[in-house]
Design a protein around this ligand. Structure first.
Ligand code: ATP
Ligand code: MG
Length: 750
């Protein structure tokens, strides 16, 4: 559950308090034209989550108004996804197609009221007549048809007398509306196509804008929550419901930001292209961002729910780093799954001084995981280790096995290399080694120092398994198309070796393969003869891995980036403690708290700023963004926490706007001057005095008579335009709150 309330819940609570509704009813309304993706998961969490939190209910409704692209198979996938995420829809699954008769009745009603007409322009003409953002549109001559003629034509459209595209039904609204969507939107079109549920019963289909609001109304939905791209459709939504003079209460639409994740695509159309083109192996390919893909890969529903909770609900679209999702699954599995050993790229080691066989009792879980359980781990003379856990000529800082460096075998003994066996080509094929009998894990009296412990399996007992490693599907952070696909997104290893308990005991379906990552027994392809494991996610960030073998990279421990190539390291205890304080006590959002907590310099810098001024949120924003950027440059800082505190004080007191604050910061970073001095010298003080702002506002209003007229005619969206112009003309110095009030006041009187 979210700790702080999001704007949607604020609206819902207010509506319940004011008595606008007595019960909250939401809906999740996908079009069954593809498998749902993680963006849908976000929408599912919001719609079902709000219904749950306020003891209402949420419908699962198929928005099946487009007969040519829809399929029952997708309906099943959608039901699966909702269920897997742990939600239950009210009663049966709903279908917009069940409302076709009712929706048609509403269309007849609009026509009868003279508010809709049958247009016979063709598609191209309709587009042309619509006008542009700058030019008003023209109304079709057919808009003058009488009610009788319209009713007759509509009935004949329904009866199949016309061909596709011959006529459409349109709402009669306003061909010069600033919101282009309001220029007589289409309500119905002719489509002679077979619908997967209604068959050939209908040959006219309602458009989204007509079907959606009415479906919501028919179901008694109160809050119709959708993504931002439907913002302009809201006017039609309201128009239809208002003009039909329906019995109240009626639903209202609210928009939130779409989820986007880097290195992938999130549109069913593009996903369909990948599936149909054979670029991936079906809708549940573990590389896809589909729910079915995550499920097949081994993600848990909890991790997805946590992710959706963490990213929150915002009003501005943004791109989320895939690392955050990976962080969530790692975080979830860390406390749940058994640790076992699997060698992906085996190198044989013969322990020459070992005779016989023994079994080691090895715990499945580390100390910090509150679960118990252990397995028998066979130890023998011949084992496999990971090929890259041995190096003949290691670089400095390589901690694993070398001809001169011993290493611990996890849960077992210390191993020392005696001889490197190579084939004719010079490739290493085997290591001959010896073990130290008095070095057994837990009872080690050998006094031999090792720098790391590696995983291994007994050659005789290990099971051969297939392991599928997944990399990102695209090599580009913001992929454009197929050309950005990562050619190496799937790597299949057929000859990995896993310790026997994994196969014989099956203590779980998800595992941590020590030092490799988290893996999942593939739910489809796994058989006892050929076990198959999917890599869910790696263990830690690849930077740490790189640094381990390449110690020549500069040691900038404190500046180690927390997110590298999309993988996040788990937090240390102290980082976690910082994070908790930031989010729980200081009210920072997760993203900012994460940045600060993971960086020692930043967290101590932040702490010090707080001793000067108690403004945790404003300070955190500046430290996590501006200061962090400066620190990355590795040059000594020209400023101290004191200057930053001073800057924030000026923002808090309204002396400067946040926009100007950025500019001042740049200057502080360059010169080290005091912020107050910079503001003074450059005349950056925020303008809050209405006397000074008034001329700016009058000027903008005088210069934009068209927009003023449109605003007066009801296009309230233009309000933001006026405010924006004034802020711009003031060079960012105008106080936005004051400008808002003044613009609103002034517009009332022009
Ligand atoms: P796509 O563009 O991927 O096909 P869509 O919006 O056409 O998506 P629908 O099936 O119409 O998909 O969506 C069902 C619901 O899920 C809608 O309310 C939509 O707003 C929401 N939704 C779709 N994509 C996202 C996303 N990326 N983030 C959040 N919500 C989304
Ligand atoms: Mg869609």
């Amino acid at each position: 559950m979210s700790e702080s309330k999001d704007f949607l819940r604020t609206i819902v609570e207010e509506d319940l308090r004011s008595g606008k509704y007595t019960k909250v009813i939401t809906r999740f309304p996908p079009e069954p034209n593809g498998f749902p993706h993680i963006g849908h998961a976000k929408s599912i969490c919001i719609n079902f989550g709000i219904a749950r939190d306020y003891k209402g209910h949420c419908n699962l409704r198929m928005d099946d108004t487009n007969p040519t692209t829809e399929d029952m198979r997708y309906v099943e996938a959608l039901k699966d996804a909702v269920t897997w995420l742990g939600f239950k829809w009210a009663d049966n699954v709903r279908f917009a197609s069940d409302y076709f008769p009712k929706i048609y009745e509403y269309a007849v009603q609009l026509v009868t009221m003279g508010k809709a007409y049958v247009d016979s322009l063709n598609e191209e003409e309709i587009r042309e007549y619509r006008g542009t953002i700058k030019e008003p549109g023209r109304r079709s001559v057919y808009a003058n048809r009488s009610v009788e003629e319209n009713l007759d034509l509509l009935a004949r459209m329904k009866n199949g007398e016309f061909k596709d595209g011959e006529h459409v039904l349109r709402a009669k609204i306003d061909m010069s509306a600033a919101n282009m969507k309001m220029r007589d939107p289409l309500l119905y079109r002719i489509r002679h196509a077979h619908h997967f549920r209604t068959g050939d019963e209908w040959c006219i289909y309602p458009m989204y804008d007509f079907a959606h609001c009415l479906s919501d109304y028919i179901e008694g939905v109160t809050h119709s929550i959708c993504t931002l791209e439907f913002e302009n459709n809201r006017d039609i939504y309201d128009w239809v419901l208002d003009e039909l003079e329906l019995k109240l209460p009626r639903p209202y639409q609210n928009e939130f930001a779409r989820l986007g994740i880097n290195y992938t695509v999130m549109s069913k159309r593009k996903l369909l292209e990948l599936v149909n083109g054979g670029y991936v192996h079906g809708w549940d390919d573990p590389r896809l961002p589909t729910i079915a893909g995550y499920k097949r890969r081994g993600y848990t529903p909890e991790s997805i729910l946590n992710f959706c909770d963490q990213i929150g609900i915002a009003k501005a679209n943004s791109m989320v780093d895939v690392a955050q999702l990976e962080f969530c699954i790692r975080d979830d599995l860390n406390t749940k799954v058994p640790r076992v050993m699997c060698v992906l790229d085996p190198l044989k080691v013969t322990i020459e001084n070992y005779e016989g066989e023994e079994t080691i009792d090895a715990s499945y879980y580390p100390h910090d995981v509150p679960k118990v359980g252990s397995r028998k781990l066979p130890f023998t003379r011949e084992i496999y280790i990971e090929r890259d856990d041995f190096m003949e000529n290691p670089p400095e800082g390589y901690y694993r096995l070398t001809p001169t460096q011993s290493v611990r075998l996890k849960h077992a003994y210390i191993l020392t290399c005696k001889e490197v066996v190579k084939d004719a080509s010079g490739a290493i094929v085997e290591i001959k080694a010896e073990y130290h009998p008095n070095s057994k894990s837990g009872e080690d009296t050998s006094n031999i120092k090792t720098k790391s412990a590696i995983h291994w399996v007994s050659a005789k007992h290990a099971h051969k398994v297939e392991v599928r490693l997944y990399e990102r599907l695209y090599s580009n952070e913001a992929p454009d198309g197929l050309e950005d696909l990562n050619p190496d997104s799937l790597h299949v290893i057929q000859n990995a070796f896993v310790e026997p308990a994994v196969i014989s005991e099956k203590p779980d379906v998800r595992f941590q393969f020590e030092r490799q990552g988290y893996f999942y027994a593939d739910p489809i392809d796994y058989t006892d003869k050929t076990p198959v494991f999917n890599k869910i996610v790696g263990l830690k960030d690849s930077w740490a891995k790189k640094a381990e073998v390449a110690p020549s990279t500069p040691k900038t421990e404190a500046k180690k980036p927390s997110i590298v190539e999309g993988v996040v390291a788990p937090m240390s205890e102290s980082e976690q403690a910082h994070f908790d304080t930031y989010t729980k006590e200081l009210g920072l959002n997760h993203e900012i708290a994460n940045i600060l907590a993971r960086d020692e310099h930043l967290s101590s810098f932040y702490k010090e700023t707080l001793t000067f001024v108690n403004s945790p949120i404003s300070l955190a924003n500046i430290v996590a963004n501006e200061v962090a950027r400066e620190l990355k440059l590795e040059a000594p800082l020209k400023f101290s926490p004191k200057e930053i505190a001073e800057l924030v004080t000026m923002i808090d007191e309204g002396t400067i706007s946040t926009k100007i604050a950025k500019q001042v910061f740049e200057e502080i970073a360059k010169t080290g001057d005091k912020p107050t001095a910079i503001v003074e010298a450059k005349g950056l003080t925020q303008i809050s005095d209405p006397q000074k702002l008034k001329p700016l506002i009058d000027d903008v209003i005088a210069k934009n008579p068209d927009n003023v007229a449109k605003y007066k005619a009801g296009n309230t969206n233009l309000f933001g335009f006026f405010v924006g112009q004034v802020l711009k003309n003031s060079g960012g110095k105008a106080n936005p709150t004051v400008v808002n009030e003044l613009v609103s006041e002034t517009l009332k009187h022009v």
